[in-house]
Design a protein around this ligand. Structure first.
Ligand SMILES: Cc1cc2nc3c(=O)[nH]c(=O)nc-3n(C[C@H](O)[C@H](O)[C@H](O)COP(=O)(O)O)c2cc1C
Length: 198
Protein backbone atom coordinates (compact mmCIF):
# COMPACT_ATOMS: atom_id res chain seq x y z
CA UNK A 1 0.00 0.00 0.00
CA UNK A 2 1.19 3.48 -0.83
CA UNK A 3 1.27 6.81 0.95
CA UNK A 4 -0.25 9.23 -1.56
CA UNK A 5 -0.55 13.02 -1.50
CA UNK A 6 -3.04 14.68 -3.84
CA UNK A 7 -2.51 18.39 -4.53
CA UNK A 8 -5.70 20.21 -5.50
CA UNK A 9 -4.14 23.08 -7.42
CA UNK A 10 -6.95 25.65 -7.60
CA UNK A 11 -6.82 28.81 -5.48
CA UNK A 12 -10.62 28.79 -5.25
CA UNK A 13 -12.55 27.38 -2.30
CA UNK A 14 -14.93 24.54 -3.18
CA UNK A 15 -13.15 24.18 -6.50
CA UNK A 16 -13.81 21.50 -9.05
CA UNK A 17 -10.14 20.57 -8.75
CA UNK A 18 -10.75 19.78 -5.06
CA UNK A 19 -13.79 17.69 -6.05
CA UNK A 20 -11.61 15.72 -8.47
CA UNK A 21 -8.94 15.28 -5.76
CA UNK A 22 -11.54 13.88 -3.37
CA UNK A 23 -12.87 11.51 -6.04
CA UNK A 24 -9.40 10.22 -6.91
CA UNK A 25 -8.48 9.74 -3.27
CA UNK A 26 -11.65 7.77 -2.63
CA UNK A 27 -11.04 5.66 -5.72
CA UNK A 28 -7.43 4.96 -4.68
CA UNK A 29 -8.77 3.73 -1.33
CA UNK A 30 -11.51 1.61 -2.96
CA UNK A 31 -8.94 -0.01 -5.25
CA UNK A 32 -6.82 -0.92 -2.22
CA UNK A 33 -3.88 1.20 -3.40
CA UNK A 34 -3.83 3.45 -0.32
CA UNK A 35 -5.88 4.00 2.83
CA UNK A 36 -7.55 6.91 4.61
CA UNK A 37 -4.61 7.14 7.00
CA UNK A 38 -1.99 6.96 4.25
CA UNK A 39 -3.51 9.53 1.89
CA UNK A 40 -4.13 13.26 2.08
CA UNK A 41 -5.51 16.07 -0.06
CA UNK A 42 -3.56 19.32 0.00
CA UNK A 43 -6.27 21.77 -1.04
CA UNK A 44 -4.58 25.00 -2.14
CA UNK A 45 -7.99 26.73 -2.24
CA UNK A 46 -9.10 25.85 1.28
CA UNK A 47 -5.65 26.27 2.84
CA UNK A 48 -3.66 28.44 0.44
CA UNK A 49 0.08 28.85 0.38
CA UNK A 50 0.99 32.55 0.44
CA UNK A 51 2.66 33.81 -2.72
CA UNK A 52 6.30 32.77 -2.36
CA UNK A 53 8.39 34.25 -0.74
CA UNK A 54 6.41 35.11 2.37
CA UNK A 55 7.18 35.89 6.01
CA UNK A 56 4.55 33.41 7.09
CA UNK A 57 4.44 30.21 5.05
CA UNK A 58 0.88 29.35 6.11
CA UNK A 59 0.21 25.59 6.00
CA UNK A 60 3.50 24.78 4.27
CA UNK A 61 5.10 22.95 7.21
CA UNK A 62 2.15 20.58 7.38
CA UNK A 63 2.08 20.14 3.60
CA UNK A 64 5.83 19.50 3.65
CA UNK A 65 5.44 16.63 6.12
CA UNK A 66 2.64 15.09 4.07
CA UNK A 67 4.68 15.32 0.88
CA UNK A 68 7.83 13.93 2.46
CA UNK A 69 5.86 10.92 3.70
CA UNK A 70 4.31 10.33 0.26
CA UNK A 71 5.47 7.59 -2.11
CA UNK A 72 3.57 9.13 -5.00
CA UNK A 73 1.90 12.46 -5.77
CA UNK A 74 -1.15 13.46 -7.82
CA UNK A 75 -1.01 17.01 -9.20
CA UNK A 76 -4.44 18.38 -10.13
CA UNK A 77 -4.16 21.53 -12.23
CA UNK A 78 -7.13 23.61 -13.40
CA UNK A 79 -6.86 25.36 -16.74
CA UNK A 80 -7.18 29.11 -16.29
CA UNK A 81 -6.73 31.38 -19.31
CA UNK A 82 -5.04 28.57 -21.16
CA UNK A 83 -2.46 28.13 -18.40
CA UNK A 84 -1.79 26.17 -15.24
CA UNK A 85 -3.35 28.33 -12.49
CA UNK A 86 -1.17 30.40 -10.14
CA UNK A 87 -1.70 28.26 -7.02
CA UNK A 88 -0.06 25.18 -8.52
CA UNK A 89 2.80 27.20 -10.00
CA UNK A 90 3.36 28.81 -6.59
CA UNK A 91 3.29 25.33 -5.03
CA UNK A 92 6.33 24.39 -7.10
CA UNK A 93 8.27 27.32 -5.62
CA UNK A 94 7.76 25.79 -2.17
CA UNK A 95 8.13 22.10 -3.02
CA UNK A 96 11.58 20.83 -3.92
CA UNK A 97 13.72 17.74 -3.95
CA UNK A 98 13.24 16.95 -0.27
CA UNK A 99 9.52 16.56 -0.87
CA UNK A 100 9.25 15.31 -4.45
CA UNK A 101 12.48 13.93 -5.90
CA UNK A 102 12.11 10.71 -7.88
CA UNK A 103 8.50 10.18 -6.86
CA UNK A 104 5.93 9.33 -9.52
CA UNK A 105 3.64 12.24 -10.34
CA UNK A 106 0.26 11.79 -12.00
CA UNK A 107 -0.86 14.96 -13.76
CA UNK A 108 -4.57 15.74 -13.94
CA UNK A 109 -5.83 18.66 -16.03
CA UNK A 110 -9.25 20.11 -15.19
CA UNK A 111 -11.57 22.13 -17.39
CA UNK A 112 -15.20 23.21 -17.30
CA UNK A 113 -15.16 22.92 -21.10
CA UNK A 114 -13.03 21.00 -23.57
CA UNK A 115 -9.71 22.41 -22.29
CA UNK A 116 -7.39 20.85 -19.72
CA UNK A 117 -4.43 19.98 -21.95
CA UNK A 118 -2.58 23.29 -21.51
CA UNK A 119 -1.78 22.88 -17.78
CA UNK A 120 -0.52 19.35 -18.46
CA UNK A 121 1.73 20.59 -21.24
CA UNK A 122 2.94 23.54 -19.16
CA UNK A 123 3.78 21.46 -16.09
CA UNK A 124 5.49 18.79 -18.16
CA UNK A 125 7.72 21.55 -19.52
CA UNK A 126 8.39 23.50 -16.34
CA UNK A 127 7.33 21.86 -13.12
CA UNK A 128 9.90 19.17 -12.49
CA UNK A 129 13.42 20.40 -13.30
CA UNK A 130 14.68 21.20 -9.81
CA UNK A 131 12.32 19.09 -7.73
CA UNK A 132 12.86 16.00 -9.94
CA UNK A 133 9.26 14.87 -9.71
CA UNK A 134 8.80 12.03 -12.23
CA UNK A 135 5.71 12.71 -14.27
CA UNK A 136 4.13 9.54 -15.62
CA UNK A 137 3.66 9.28 -19.39
CA UNK A 138 0.03 8.58 -18.55
CA UNK A 139 -2.08 11.58 -17.47
CA UNK A 140 -5.75 12.44 -17.03
CA UNK A 141 -7.84 15.29 -18.42
CA UNK A 142 -11.19 15.94 -16.77
CA UNK A 143 -13.31 17.84 -19.31
CA UNK A 144 -16.78 19.27 -18.57
CA UNK A 145 -15.79 18.75 -14.95
CA UNK A 146 -19.07 19.94 -13.43
CA UNK A 147 -20.89 17.08 -15.21
CA UNK A 148 -18.64 14.18 -14.19
CA UNK A 149 -17.25 12.49 -11.07
CA UNK A 150 -20.12 13.72 -8.90
CA UNK A 151 -20.26 11.00 -6.27
CA UNK A 152 -20.75 7.31 -6.91
CA UNK A 153 -23.60 7.58 -9.44
CA UNK A 154 -22.52 7.48 -13.06
CA UNK A 155 -24.53 10.04 -15.02
CA UNK A 156 -23.43 9.60 -18.65
CA UNK A 157 -21.34 7.54 -21.05
CA UNK A 158 -18.61 10.20 -20.82
CA UNK A 159 -18.66 9.94 -17.03
CA UNK A 160 -18.33 6.15 -17.22
CA UNK A 161 -15.53 6.31 -19.78
CA UNK A 162 -13.61 8.78 -17.64
CA UNK A 163 -14.04 6.59 -14.55
CA UNK A 164 -12.68 3.61 -16.50
CA UNK A 165 -9.76 5.73 -17.64
CA UNK A 166 -9.11 6.83 -14.06
CA UNK A 167 -8.93 3.22 -12.85
CA UNK A 168 -6.53 2.44 -15.70
CA UNK A 169 -4.27 5.39 -14.83
CA UNK A 170 -4.38 4.83 -11.06
CA UNK A 171 -3.33 1.21 -11.50
CA UNK A 172 -0.28 2.30 -13.53
CA UNK A 173 0.42 5.12 -11.05
CA UNK A 174 0.50 2.67 -8.13
CA UNK A 175 2.84 0.34 -10.02
CA UNK A 176 5.26 3.22 -10.53
CA UNK A 177 4.83 4.06 -6.83
CA UNK A 178 6.08 0.63 -5.80
CA UNK A 179 8.74 0.47 -8.52
CA UNK A 180 10.35 3.81 -7.66
CA UNK A 181 10.74 3.10 -3.92
CA UNK A 182 14.10 1.27 -4.35
CA UNK A 183 15.19 3.71 -7.06
CA UNK A 184 14.68 6.59 -4.64
CA UNK A 185 16.50 4.78 -1.86
CA UNK A 186 19.49 4.24 -4.18
CA UNK A 187 19.83 7.88 -5.30
CA UNK A 188 21.72 10.51 -3.32
CA UNK A 189 19.73 13.71 -3.86
CA UNK A 190 22.14 15.86 -1.85
CA UNK A 191 25.03 16.18 -4.28
CA UNK A 192 25.83 19.91 -4.06
CA UNK A 193 27.42 20.08 -7.52
CA UNK A 194 24.13 19.10 -9.15
CA UNK A 195 21.61 20.58 -6.76
CA UNK A 196 19.43 21.86 -9.60
CA UNK A 197 18.49 20.31 -12.91
CA UNK A 198 20.07 21.47 -16.16
C1 LIG B 1 -9.82 32.90 -14.29
C2 LIG B 1 -10.34 31.67 -14.96
C3 LIG B 1 -9.90 31.37 -16.24
C4 LIG B 1 -10.34 30.20 -16.88
N1 LIG B 1 -9.84 29.88 -18.12
C5 LIG B 1 -10.15 28.68 -18.66
C6 LIG B 1 -9.50 28.25 -19.88
O1 LIG B 1 -8.67 28.92 -20.45
N2 LIG B 1 -9.82 27.04 -20.38
C7 LIG B 1 -10.72 26.21 -19.75
O2 LIG B 1 -10.96 25.13 -20.25
N3 LIG B 1 -11.35 26.60 -18.61
C8 LIG B 1 -11.07 27.80 -18.06
N4 LIG B 1 -11.66 28.18 -16.86
C9 LIG B 1 -12.68 27.33 -16.27
C10 LIG B 1 -12.07 26.24 -15.39
O3 LIG B 1 -11.71 25.18 -16.22
C11 LIG B 1 -13.12 25.81 -14.37
O4 LIG B 1 -13.32 26.84 -13.42
C12 LIG B 1 -12.83 24.50 -13.71
O5 LIG B 1 -13.85 24.28 -12.77
C13 LIG B 1 -11.49 24.36 -13.01
O6 LIG B 1 -11.28 25.36 -12.04
P1 LIG B 1 -11.51 25.14 -10.45
O7 LIG B 1 -10.75 23.94 -10.04
O8 LIG B 1 -11.03 26.43 -9.84
O9 LIG B 1 -13.00 24.94 -10.23
C14 LIG B 1 -11.25 29.34 -16.23
C15 LIG B 1 -11.68 29.66 -14.93
C16 LIG B 1 -11.23 30.81 -14.30
C17 LIG B 1 -11.68 31.10 -12.88
Amino acid sequence: MLNIALVAGSSRRNSQSAKVAGFLRQRLIELGLTSTELSSVLDLGERPLPLWPADDNGPWNEYQQQLQAADAVVIIAPEWNGMAGPAIKNFFLYAGKAELAHKPGLLVGVSSGIGGAYPISELRASGYKNCRLCYLPEHLIVRHVEKVLNGSDVTSDDDQRLRNRIDFALDIFAKYGEALKPVRAAIDIDQPAFATGM
